[in-house]
Structure formats: C-alpha cells, structure tokens
Design a protein around this ligand. Structure first.
Ligand code: CA
Length: 223
C-alpha cells in the first residue's frame, strides 16, 4: 500500500512517515501544496494524509482539484485544533476523515487503515483469504495459524494482492504500489517477489495470467 503525505511541518511529516513505514506502507512525502497536488494527480496512491495549511497551494484547493479530476483515493485531512469549520469544509471538499492537531500517531495509523479497508469494500480489519490471514495493523501474516516471516517488500506485495483479491493485478500496478516515487523500479523484481511468496505460502495461491499479471485465488480454484 502506497501513501502520500503532504505536510509542511517537517517534524510532523517525518514522524508520520516513520510510523507508516514501520506499519509496512510505502510513503511519498511532499512539503508544499504544489508538489503534493501534482503527486496526488499523477501517481496512484492507496491513501493520502493531507495537511490543510500548506504553502504555495492550500490543502483544500488541492483536494477539490483531485476530486474534480476524478481522483478518488481516500484522503485524511489534518486540521488545526478545534476548528470545526475547517473539518466541515474539509469533509465537504471530499475528505474521507480528519484528524485535529496535535494527534497521536497510533490514531492516524488506525484511521488510515480503516479508510483503506473501506475503500476496498471491507469492514473487518484483518485480511483473510482461505487459510491465509494478514493483519495490516501488526503486519502479522499467518497460514493455517502458523506465523510466516515476510520481508517488507513481500508483505507489501501480498497485502496489495489481498486488498484486491480476485482481480488480476499487472506488474506495473504492483510496482507502483509497493515502491516509492524515488525508487528505481524494476518490474523483474516483481517476479522474484511473487516466486518468494509462492515458496512461503504455497504455489496455488497466486496465479499468473501471462502478459496480464497476477491474481490471488482461493486454493480450490487454483488446481
Ligand atoms: Ca501546515
């Protein structure tokens, strides 16, 4: 899962980035409204954390532009403390949730997870697929109840496939959601990651559609 954080307070931005990275997310940072607005318009994100008070272009303007352009990723806005007007305006401009500053990083993480899972049409916090369970809150993965150790990239790949299970996901889409903006992306790495996941979780779980991509399938469909 890839998240954009637009926040001009560099300390807050760094804390949010660290928290999200530790929780297994890929994070792109922008420190002003122009850069943040551009990234949100041009890159695929699974969620955005958007400060409203930003230099160059303010958060509300960016948010309205995204929504007008049909960008529908979940957006959590950060508002100044106790300004109910800002919260209301933010929600009306297309925000999905808000958090007033100062906030607890744990709360930000929990709200973001809830937004991402609702965007994927799920109510349960734990991703389940046959005998496989992925808990985005703890990055814990179990298969038939046994803990499976995954690297950060393996976890991101699996988590993205779990959020979109049943759908065929192209290598390009996977690459865009498991790497940050500045990363030198190599789609051959995806094959390696998929093969490592198959070794750890069983070969029947991830189906290859030649020339199209990968699909998480229920083991009985996979034989
Ligand atoms: Ca600010």
């Amino acid at each position: 899962m890839r998240v954009l954080v637009v926040e001009d307070d560099r300390d807050v931005a760094r804390q949010v980035e660290t928290t999200l990275r530790q929780a297994g997310y890929v994070v792109d940072l922008a420190h002003d409204g122009e850069e943040g607005g551009f990234l949100g318009e041009s890159e695929p994100y699974d969620a955005v954390v958007l400060d409203l008070g930003l230099p160059v272009v303010d958060g509300l303007t960016i948010l309205r532009r995204w929504r007008e352009a049909g960008r529908d990723m979940p957006v959590l806005v950060l508002t100044a403390r106790d300004t109910w007007r800002e919260k209301v305006t933010g929600l009306r401009a297309g925000a999905d949730d808000y958090l007033a500053k100062p906030f607890e990083l744990e709360e930000l993480l929990a709200r973001l997870e809830a937004l991402i899972r609702r965007a994927a049409g799920r109510a349960s916090p734990v991703l389940e697929h046959g005998p496989l369970r992925v808990d985005p809150g703890t990055t814990r993965v179990t298969l038939h109840g046994n803990l499976v150790e995954l690297t950060a990239f393996e976890f991101r790949t699996l988590s993205y496939l779990m959020h979109h299970h049943g759908k065929v996901i192209s290598k390009t889409e996977l690459t865009e959601h498991i790497y940050g903006q500045d990363f030198d992306r190599d789609s051959n790495v995806i094959e390696v990651l998929i093969n490592r996941l198959r070794r750890k979780l069983g070969t029947a779980l991830i189906k290859t559609h030649r020339g199209q991509g990968y699909q998480l399938v229920t083991p009985r469909d996979a034989s």
